[in-house]
Every structure is written in C-alpha cells, then in structure tokens.
Ligand binder design. Structure first.
Ligand code: MGD
Ligand code: MGD
Ligand code: SF4
Ligand code: MO
Length: 676
C-alpha cells in the first residue's frame, strides 16, 4: 500500500523545500516538492530530485568504524557503538586531564540546516565539556557582518514579493543554480515587465538568461557600489525624506563617494563607464527595485565592506518603501528562534577560546596552549571544503590528533578519522527548520528508517553526554522538548506557532503581519535608534591582495584570478561520491585571450597552480569568464582528483575585512597547458 510522508530538505540552500515522499512497502519510491507550498511550488532542484539514490546508496555508512590503516588511507574495521563511544569518552577524559577541555575542537557546518542536528545537542555537549568553540565563518560571516553594519538586523523581503518588482538585480547570485525556487517569481516579474540584471564575473546559467549581464572584476563590488552611490546622489535620485527619517550618516557618505567617478569605477571593476552610468540611472529611476544579493560577493577580501555598501543602496533610493522593493541577502533572522534555549551556552564551565573554522590548517598545525588534540567533525567535510587544503591535510595526518567523524558517507575527512560514526539523513530524523531564503517554519518527522546502525547527531551527542556523566536535564530532553524550547522566544513572529500545529501543517508562515513582509518600510532598522547606518568610515575601496590590481609581486607570477563558485548539480562536497560530479568539477573555464596566449584549446589538460598547490583540470574556452579570470565549479572530493588535492589547495587562509570569513574568491593562479 502506498502512503505519503512529509519531510524538509535539510541541505544548505536558501530554499528549504518542503518534500513529499511516496512510500511503498516501507521504501520511498518517489520524492517531490510539496505541492502548493508557496515557495517550493511542487518542484525540486535536480540534485534532490535524485536524493533517493543517495538515501539508498550502497555507499552509506552503516556501522561505527575504527581506523586500521594510516591516516588518510581509508582502511577501517567495523566496531560496536559501545566500543566506539567508550573509546571517545576515555580519550576525551585523558585529553582533558593532560591538556584541558579546550584541546578538543568541534567542527561542523552546513551538512544539515536542521536546528536540532546542527545546533542542538552537539552545542550543549561541547559547551558542557568546556571545549574550544568554533567560529563558523566558512560561508557567510563577512556578508553577515556587512549587512549587520548597515541594517543592524538581517531581514530581507519575501521571495513572493519579487513578482512586484520592476528591476531585479542579481548581485553575486546564481539564482538558477543555488536558489532555484526564486526563479519562478523572477519569471513572473519579467512577464509583467521587469528588467533582470546580473552582476557577476562569470556568465552563469542565470547571467545567460538575464536581460543584461554586467561582468565585474572579482572582488571589486565595493567600488561599483560606491560609484552607484556617487551617481545616485549627483543625479538627485535619492529619497531624502526616507534618508532623513531612517538613516544616519548619509550626508557624510554623499561627500565621501564623490571621488568614485564612473571613470575611476570603470578602472577598478572592468565595467565600461557607460554601463555604470546606465545601471545607476535604471536603479535610481525604477520602482520597485530589488537587489538579490547572495554570498558570492562576500567570499573576497573586501567582501564585508562590499555587502555593507550594497545594503546602503536601497536605503538611499528608498526602495524599501515599496512592495517588491529593497533587498534580500538572508531572511534567517526573521525567525527569531530561541537559540539560547537550544544551544545552552550557560553550560560552559567558564570562558573558552574560539578558533576560526576558515583557519583550520593553522588550528591543527600551529595553535598551541593548548594544541588541538582532538577534532570532532559532523555536518562538514573540512578536508574538501576548507581553505589551504595542504595545511588542513597536514594537520589531519598528525598521529597525536584524535579525530572523530560523524558521516553518512566515507568522505576524505572520514578517511583521516580514528573513528567514523554512521549517521542519519534528513529523511530519517526529526528536525525543525527555518530558512535563509523564505519565511516558513517547517517540521520533519522521520519518514524512513536509518540504514544499519546509523544514529542521528542528537542521539550520538546525548549518549556521549550521558557517558561523560553529565547529569543536566539538557541531555535528557527529547527532540520535542527541544523544539518547544526553540519556539519559546516569545517573539511576535513565532506567536501561535507550536509543535502541535507544525505536526499538523508541516509548514507555517511567520507572523509578519498582513500581506508581504516589508521590514524597513517605515524604518525599524536593527540599530538602537532604529536607523540604518550609512556612515562611510572604512568604505574606501582597496583591491584584494590576490586580484588583478593587487600585490604586484604575486600578480607577476600568478596573473589570473581564480573563482570556484557553486556547481549546478551538487552541494559543496556533499554529492562528491558521484562520478558525474567528478566530471562537472574537472572543468576550468578560460577566456579565449588567455587561452590563445597559452596555446590552450577546449579539452586540453591544464595545470592550475600558485605557490600553495598545483592541480590538473580540463580547459573549456567557452566565453564563461572574461580576460584575466578563470573559474572551476566547486567541489569534488580531493581523493577523486588525481594528486589527492582539490581546488581548495589553491586557496589561502587569508580572512575577509570584517566577519573573519574565508576568501575563496580572492585567489591568484597561473595556468599552463600540460605537456603531452
Ligand atoms: N547547486 C548548488 N546550490 C547551492 C550550493 C551548491 O554548492 N550547489 N551551495 C549552497 C551554499 S552553501 C550557499 S552559501 C549558497 C551560495 O549561493 P551563491 O552565493 O549564489 O553562490 P556562489 O556560487 O558562491 O556565488 C554566486 C555568484 O557570485 C559570483 N561571484 C564570485 N565572485 C564575485 C565577485 O567578486 N563579485 C560578484 N558580483 N560576483 C561574484 C560567482 O561567480 C557566482 O556566480 O548556495 C547554496 N546552494
Ligand atoms: N572553493 C570553494 N570552497 C568552498 C565554497 C566555495 O564556493 N568554493 N563554499 C564554502 C561554503 S559557502 C560552505 S557553506 C562550505 C560547506 O562546507 P560543508 O558544510 O562541510 O558542506 P559539505 O561539503 O556539503 O559537507 C557536509 C557534510 O555533512 C554530511 N551530513 C549531512 N547531513 C548530516 C547530518 O545530519 N549529520 C552529520 N553528522 N553529517 C551530515 C554530508 O554527508 C557531507 O559530507 O564550503 C565552503 N568551501
Ligand atoms: S537543495 Fe535547495 S532547491 Fe534543492 S530541494 Fe533542497 S532546498 Fe530545495
Ligand atoms: Mo555556504
């Protein structure tokens, strides 16, 4: 007998789709987007439409494993859960006795967006242990810091509001690839007459379908934003009433952007002067206008300031006043969940140090006092995703490092583990979800049984806590108790949203008032005085060290800017076990001018290198990138790349200007054709 069960996609994607599974004889036979869901609209992206292949893959991990080969070699033997957990608690006790609990470092990121699995029992456990804390900077922290500086709170407009817009700018946002459920709203807006512009160094799928693709030099967005401000002010295309009522610092800003003439901005950004002038004119004139800013801009050295400046634009034009106007970077803060009840920072025995996840190589090879003696990884694959991969792998190879990896698949990171613990997928455990691209709270109950002995993160950390002798009620709370805690913030957006209702309805819109959410229509910014901060301090454009206008010594040896944006048909390294992902990520897009000067043609093997690493990819001379830029979709498993390193071996550990984020998209390389 067939039945349907609900779930939610937990992948690190703004869309957080509602799912419906068809179950026949206990097995899922079909996965679909929830029909009628206001955002999901019944369809799924290509990767999750095939998720049942992953769910039922013979490569799923099903028992705890103990390493029997060298670190990284990937030889393991099955052991019991009891033995695995006892080994961990024994080792933790001895590390704590010899080096203190801060010698233990948890490492997690976006494997699951579920609050229980990724921010729940794990956080409580490591807090109570007194372990080092992890600064989770690998994705969004520069953009978060930039947005907070301007808006004081991370609110954005509804995806549903985009249909009302007359000008949509996708700025460092590859919507068709990374946020596909926004696309139908853009299609509808265009049907109603909207213009759609993409600002991206790469001609992405999204850019190739836009009315206009503005090709910008990587890392120069701050200069473009300042240049647009200059023109908006100079042309009188600013909303003085809105600025006076709802912002601070705009007159100083107007003063300071005067030097960002179209001529200067064209030199920084590579965008022709006339295009800059036309863009400013269109943005100043069209109402409503919306900027869909995604995280592409802020993965570069000046990315925080760039986001800060871009977020000022809709304040200057007063775009926030209109339905379909304003900006969307992230909608996540609108959920106003009770994170303290969830994570329980008060369980910490005292102040503990924080280590930056984007500097994992350094944390494992240089940090002392105490050194990291144990790395506990879950919901992440740092051997593939973290910058300066050679340093990360050097750290992971340390014989004295006790590494535990909780995984669904045998990733590179798992190959370096002393113990691997098999874990559930989002179809197999209970969790509650917010989103960073819409405003619906969702709940998922287990729709399928876990394979073999796989256990959820919540189960694993609860068991570890009990075995460590932690007696606080925090560790015996059920999943339902934890969800009630999350919903207990008392914030008006969550009023009336209960576990019982979520069980019944699966997806509930936040209480954002009647109609579409207009967070800053009448001001109401997150700063103490309710105003947006437009003061210009710190907004001067300085090109990234690793860029075409950056450090001259570096440029002379490594003249090409290397980008590694998201692959269309995978999710960071999550689907790295698939051979088609190997093919997709083997490509290096090269501009025809750069290819000609190096004797490179499409299909050639090329060596991409800098002082950190060298790897071989396959050239595609296809108009995707402009002169001086090369690009390769991220990310494959390093062990599946000849040489055992992926493109993150090329990327430095250098951090962003604000937010201490990773600078994946500020990276200089040289490319040469491989010898025959
Ligand atoms: N298919 C797929 N979807 C995903 C993911 C995935 O791996 N694959 N990953 C998920 C995750 S973790 C995240 S954070 C989101 C991210 O979603 P996005 O931010 O949309 O993804 P990115 O590819 O990092 O960057 C977007 C675009 O920014 C461009 N870009 C790079 N440097 C610059 C620059 O200096 N200036 C400008 N203007 N543009 C620049 C890139 O070429 C890219 O096209 O996507 C999520 N969704
Ligand atoms: N060059 C380059 N590097 C990048 C990026 C880039 O654009 N270019 N993007 C960066 C960004 S934006 C991000 S967010 C990071 C992403 O880095 P990560 O968050 O490490 O993401 P994934 O590579 O998808 O790995 C997630 C892992 O979690 C596992 N997992 C899934 N669900 C669960 C669960 O419930 N429990 C446990 N224990 N494990 C689970 C999956 O099997 C998978 O192996 O990568 C960053 N690295
Ligand atoms: S990855 Fe994104 S678009 Fe695809 S199903 Fe999950 S939430 Fe939806
Ligand atoms: Mo991310």
């Amino acid at each position: 007998m067939a039945e349907t069960r609900h779930s939610v996609c937990a992948l690190d994607c703004p869309d957080a789709c509602g799912l419906v599974l068809k179950i026949e004889d206990g097995r899922a036979t079909r996965i679909q987007g929830t029909p009628g869901h206001p955002v999901t609209q019944g369809f799924l992206c290509g990767k999750v439409a095939r998720y049942l292949d992953r769910e039922y893959s013979p490569q799923r991990l099903t028992t705890p494993l103990r390493r029997i080969g060298a670190k990284g070699e990937g030889r393991f033997e099955p052991i019991s859960w009891d033995e695995a957990l006892t080994t961990i608690t024994d080792r933790f006790r001895s590390i704590i006795a010899s080096h203190g609990a801060e010698a233990i470092l948890p490492y997690s990121y976006g494997g699951s967006m579920g609050l229980l699995q990724a921010n729940g029992m794990d956080r409580r456990f490591f807090h109570r242990l007194g372990a080092s804390r992890l600064d989770r900077t690998i994705c969004a922290s520069a953009g978060t810091a930039g947005l907070m500086a301007t808006q004081g709170i991370r609110y954005g407009i509804d995806p549903e509001a985009f249909v009302h817009s007359k000008l949509i700018i996708a700025w460092g946002a590859n919507i068709l690839t990374t946020n596909v459920h926004l696309w139908p709203f853009i299609v509808e807006a265009r049907r109603r007459g909207a213009k759609f512009i993409v600002i991206d160094p790469v001609r992405t799928k999204t850019a190739s379908l836009a009315d206009q693709h503005i090709r910008i030099n990587p890392g120069s967005d701050l200069a473009l934003a300042l240049g647009l401000m200059h023109l908006l002010f100079a042309n009188g295309q600013f909303d003085q009433e809105y600025l006076d009522a709802h912002s601070n610092g705009w007159t100083e800003l107007r003063e300071s952007v005067q030097e960002y003439t179209p001529e200067k901005v064209a030199a920084c950004t590579g965008i022709p002067e006339a295009e800059i002038v036309a863009l400013a004119h269109a943005y100043g004139e069209t109402k409503p206008s919306v900027i869909r800013l995604n995280y592409g801009v802020q993965r570069s050295e000046r990315g925080g300031a760039a986001v800060r400046a871009i977020a000022m634009l809709p304040v200057i034009t007063g775009a926030w006043r209109h339905i379909g106007g304003g900006m969307q970077l992230s909608t996540s803060q609108a959920f106003n969940f009770n994170r303290v009840a969830l994570e329980m920072p008060e369980l910490q025995p005292g102040p503990t140090r924080m280590l930056n996840m984007s500097e994992l190589g350094s944390a494992l090879t240089r940090v002392d006092d105490p050194p990291v003696k144990s790395l506990f990884v879950y919901c992440s694959n740092p051997a593939a995703v973290a910058p300066d991969q050679s340093a990360v792998l050097r750290g992971l190879r340390r014989e004295d490092l006790f590494t535990v990896v909780v995984e669904q698949f045998q990733t590179d990171t798992a190959d370096y583990a002393d113990l691997v613990l098999p874990t559930t997928t989002f179809l197999e455990h209970t969790d509650i979800y917010g989103a960073y691209g819409h405003h619906y709270v969702q709940l998922a109950r287990p729709a399928l049984p876990p394979p073999g002995e796989a256990r959820s993160n919540v189960q694993i950390f609860r068991e570890l806590a009990l075995r460590m002798g932690f007696t606080e009620a925090a560790f015996t709370e059920s999943e339902d108790d934890m969800i009630r805690g999350i919903l207990s913030s008392g914030h008006k957006h969550l009023e009336g949203i209960t576990l019982e209702r979520l069980d019944e309805e699966h997806s509930i819109r936040l209480n954002l008032g009647e109609g579409l959410f207009q967070p800053f229509k009448d001001g109401g910014y997150g700063h103490a005085d309710g105003k947006a901060d437009l003061s210009p301090a710190g907004l001067d454009y300085v090109p990234p060290v690793e860029s075409r206008h950056g450090n001259a010594g570096l440029r002379s040896r490594f003249p090409l800017e290397f980008l590694s944006p998201k692959n269309h048909d995978s999710m960071n390294s999550t689907f790295g076990n698939r051979t088609d992902v190997d093919q997709q990520t083997a490509v290096l897009h090269v501009n025809s001018a750069d290819a000609a000067s190096r004797g490179i043609a499409t299909g050639d093997s090329v060596r991409v290198f800098n002082s950190r690493a060298s790897l071989v990819l396959r050239a595609a001379v296809d108009g995707v990138v402009g002169p001086g830029t090369v690009s390769s979709p991220s990310l494959r498993w390093p062990k599946r790349q000849p040489g055992g390193l992926n493109i993150n071996a090329l990327v430095s550990e250098r951090l962003t200007d604000i937010g201490a984020g990773a600078t994946f998209y500020s990276c200089l390389v040289q490319v040469e054709k491989c010898g025959d």
